[in-house]
Structure formats: structure tokens, C-alpha cells
Design a protein around this ligand. Structure first.
Ligand SMILES: Cc1cc2nc3c(=O)[nH]c(=O)nc-3n(C[C@H](O)[C@H](O)[C@H](O)COP(=O)(O)OP(=O)(O)OC[C@H]3O[C@@H](n4cnc5c(N)ncnc54)[C@H](O)[C@@H]3O)c2cc1C
Length: 403
């Protein structure tokens, strides 16, 4: 006998940070939510760890900023480091003091943010987060959406008025809807490593953007336990299984000094600049990497996904409560896709080019001159750090009251 269909207002596919923050925003308005996650637990592979100042207001509105600050840490220092010459060009988010509510960035692994949201969700009785629940099929009609889930032990069906596909760049939801994922995949593989090593003792800023056509890297402090992220670009023809063995060779070049290090975790990633052909198909909307994927240089991927969530949960809650027409979801889909394609993706590509691929000395000098001028001019730095605010979409509906 097949199990009965389980109902909620919204089904969210994917318990990554985007899915769980969306769930929290919706649930706080009284909407009933089920989150379906394929894996047995929240994934902790090394990925996002920098939250730009501009997303912190949205995290605060969800009621979890204080908890996030306790787990991670806030900081203002940034530096471009020219590997070949040792030149350091220092910037500070501190130039935003007095202008914005949170003039600092927050650092912590993205699984920590997801876990904080999960703890809050567990306190609410209108939410269920189901692990080991892989979505395999989606059917929609005029009244709602039926989602088929493989639970390992068999198949179950769930039904909801709306579905949010937050199931990452390889999104089953997007593919099942027949939506394209247009753009490019970069030839190189980025290797993200988490390592215990005291870069600060060597004068490194806690976000260091290292410029070099071979040894370009992002070197950033993850948390207060001494864990740092070192991300570099492997050659395209190295087999993935050799990438772990090659880490000591890379560290010989990338770690200053010769104290011992402790490798905590690593993961190679193919990188893309891609967006779904549409972020809405009927009663299903996409958010986060399921909707748009970027290379991570400059930390604009999850930033874009968080800004999706901050505007989507209110819009969806308003539609479900009859406070807004569902055409607001078209505006969500169009505006978020446009913001990614016109603002986030080009900037991430330019960041990647500067750090990893500027081999022409004349071009490099021109870029460095601009960075030196930026470091010397606080007004210019303010404009520079306001950039990530452009990735935000203003509210599409009146904020829906928290119950
Ligand atoms: C090395 C690296 C560093 C990065 N650093 C930053 C940074 O500092 N700042 C930043 O803004 N961004 C950064 N990013 C990007 C960031 O990691 C992503 O944008 C972010 O993970 C997107 O979150 P998400 O919730 O949309 O998707 P994901 O985190 O991919 O979560 C998707 C979830 O869906 C689940 N799922 C998949 N298929 C199914 C299915 N069929 N059924 C049910 N569940 C399913 C998955 O198991 C997963 O839990 C970085 C990325 C990388 C690779």
C-alpha cells in the first residue's frame, strides 16, 4: 500500500543555506513548510565562508545574526597581495562606519549558518526538515504541486501549493522542469582547502586576495579556531584523484614560512557562470545555486542566493496568504535573474581574471595602479564596498508579519 500524500503550503527542495533560510523566513510568517534534503545531514564540504556586510541585515531580520556572530567572527581588513613582488595593498570595510548598520563582514563556514537556521526551525511546529529525502519527480496542476521523493526505503509523495527548488547547481528541480542552465564552465578546477596555519603571524589580512597567474589564491580566516581557507586553481589536465596528493606541493608555494600545517579538509570544484533560463515555472520557483552558479572569487555566489531568499520568502508568504497576486513571483524570477547576469556574474569573472589570469605585465600594472589608488582614497573604497548592495532586490511586497 502506498503511503499517504503529505501536505504543506510550501515544499523546499534542498537543506543548504538558501533552502533553510527561505524555510525560516516563510515559517516565521505562519506558512507551513517541509524541507526535503537528499543527504543524511547538512553538508559541511568547504564552500562559502564570507558574508558581506550587505547580507547581514537580512540575516538579522531572520533573527539569527547574534547566533551567527557567536559562531563566526566579524572583521574589516582586506588585502590584495602580489605574490611575485610581496606588495600588499590594504583596504578596510571600516570606511562604511556611520553609513550602514553592519560595517563589517562575517566569516564562518556556510554549514554553520545552515545549522543555526536548522536549530531555529526545529523550535517551530509548522516546519518539518526531512533528511535522506531525495526529490526525483515533480508534477504540477492548477491547484498545486506533487513531489516524489526517494527515501532510501521507498518512494513517498508530498504535495504543496508552491515549491522552491534550492537544490544546488546540479538541481533536479530545474532539470525536471526542463529549464536550461545557460552559460559557461571554466576549464580550471578550483581546489578549496581548509587548513590550520597561522597566516596572521605572517601579516596576512583575514581576507587576502593573492594575485599571480600560477599562484593566485584566496586566503581567508574561517573561524577563531585557527582554521583558514586556501583556494587555488589546479591545472585543467590534472585528474581529480591526484589533487589531494598535490596539496603539499601547492602549500610549499602558498604558505608563508615553514611551520607545520594541519590539513582539515579539501574539495575540488568545477566552476561555472550559468543561469537558469527562467527562475519560475508555474508553481515552482528556483533560488540560490539551482538558479545561478558563479565561480567563488569575491564571494558573490551565496550572497546572490541569500538576496534571493530575503525577497522570496515574503513574496511567497504574501501569495499564500492572499495578500499578493502570484505575478509577484514573475517579478522575483526576472529581477533576480537579471541581477545575477548583469551584476554578480560579470564581477565574479573579472575578480577571477585579476587573481588568477593576469599574466601581461602592462595589464597587471594598470590593475595594480587602480588598486593602489583605491587604497589611498576612502571615498573610492566606500563606493567599492557598496558594490555588493547592488545585488539586493528591494522588497516586492509589504513585509508579511511574523506570527
Ligand atoms: C570553494 C567555494 C567557496 C565559496 N565561497 C563563497 C563565499 O565566501 N561567499 C559566497 O557568497 N559564496 C561562496 N561560494 C558559493 C556558495 O558555496 C554557494 O553559492 C552556496 O552553496 C549555494 O547555496 P544553496 O543553498 O543554493 O545550494 P547548496 O549549498 O548546493 O545546497 C543544495 C542542497 O540541496 C541538496 N539536494 C541536491 N539535490 C537534491 C534533491 N534531488 N533532493 C533533495 N535535496 C537535494 C544538496 O544535498 C544540498 O544540501 C563558494 C563556493 C565554493 C565552491
Amino acid at each position: 500500500m502506498s503511503s499517504p500524500v503529505q501536505h504543506s503550503d510550501v515544499l523546499i527542495v534542498g537543506a543548504g543555506p538558501v533552502g533553510l533560510l527561505n524555510a525560516l523566513g516563510l515559517a516565521r510568517t505562519g506558512v507551513s513548510v517541509t524541507v526535503l534534503e537528499a543527504e543524511p545531514a547538512i553538508g559541511d564540504a568547504p564552500r562559502a565562508m564570507v558574508y558581506h556586510w550587505s547580507v547581514l541585515e537580512g540575516i538579522e531580520r531572520l533573527g539569527i545574526l547574534d547566533a551567527a556572530k557567536q559562531v563566526g567572527f566579524t572583521k574589516q581588513d582586506y588585502a590584495y597581495y602580489v605574490y611575485a613582488t610581496g606588495e600588499k595593498i590594504e583596504l578596510s570595510v571600516g570606511v562604511l562606519e556611520g553609513l550602514v548598520a553592519h560595517p563589517y563582514n562575517l566569516h564562518m563556514g556556510q554549514h554553520k549558518l545552515a545549522e543555526i537556521a536548522h536549530v531555529e526551525l526545529e523550535k517551530l511546529d509548522n516546519v518539518s526538515v526531512r533528511f535522506d529525502s531525495r526529490v526525483t519527480g515533480i508534477d504540477q496542476d492548477d491547484d498545486g504541486v506533487t513531489v516524489t521523493v526517494d527515501t532510501g526505503g521507498g518512494s513517498e509523495q508530498f504535495r504543496a501549493s508552491y515549491v522552491v527548488g534550492a537544490d544546488g547547481a546540479a538541481s533536479t528541480v530545474r532539470k525536471t522542469l526542463g529549464l536550461g542552465f545557460e552559460g559557461i564552465t571554466w576549464p580550471e578546477v578550483f581546489v578549496a582547502t581548509n587548513v590550520r596555519y597561522d597566516f596572521e603571524a605572517h601579516g596576512y589580512a583575514r581576507s587576502t586576495l593573492q594575485i599571480d597567474p600560477t599562484y593566485g589564491a584566496i586566503i581567508a580566516k574561517i573561524d577563531n579556531t585557527g582554521l583558514w581557507r586556501v583556494t587555488y586553481a589546479e591545472l585543467p589536465d590534472i585528474p581529480q584523484e591526484q589533487m589531494g596528493e598535490r596539496i603539499p606541493q601547492w602549500y610549499e608555494k602558498l604558505l608563508p614560512g615553514d611551520e607545520g600545517y594541519e590539513l582539515d579538509a579539501y574539495r575540488p570544484y568545477r566552476m561555472h557562470q550559468r543561469a537558469a533560463s527562467s527562475m519560475r515555472a508555474g508553481r515552482v520557483v528556483l533560488a540560490g545555486d539551482a538558479a545561478h552558479a558563479t565561480n567563488p572569487t569575491g564571494g558573490l555566489g551565496l550572497t546572490s542566493g541569500l538576496f534571493d531568499s530575503f525577497v522570496l520568502y515574503d513574496a511567497l508568504a504574501a501569495v499564500i496568504k492572499g495578500l499578493a497576486d502570484d505575478s509577484v513571483l514573475d517579478r522575483y524570477a526576472e529581477e533576480r535573474r537579471r541581477t545575477f547576469l548583469e551584476i554578480a556574474s560579470p564581477r565574479a569573472s573579472a575578480n577571477k581574471k585579476l587573481l588568477y589570469h593576469t599574466s601581461d605585465p602592462v595589464e597587471l600594472e594598470a590593475q595594480l595602479s587602480k588598486l593602489r589608488a583605491l587604497a589611498a582614497d576612502e571615498d573610492a573604497q566606500r563606493t567599492n564596498f557598496m558594490f555588493t548592495k547592488q545585488l539586493e532586490t528591494p522588497p516586492l511586497v509589504q513585509p508579511v508579519a511574523v506570527v
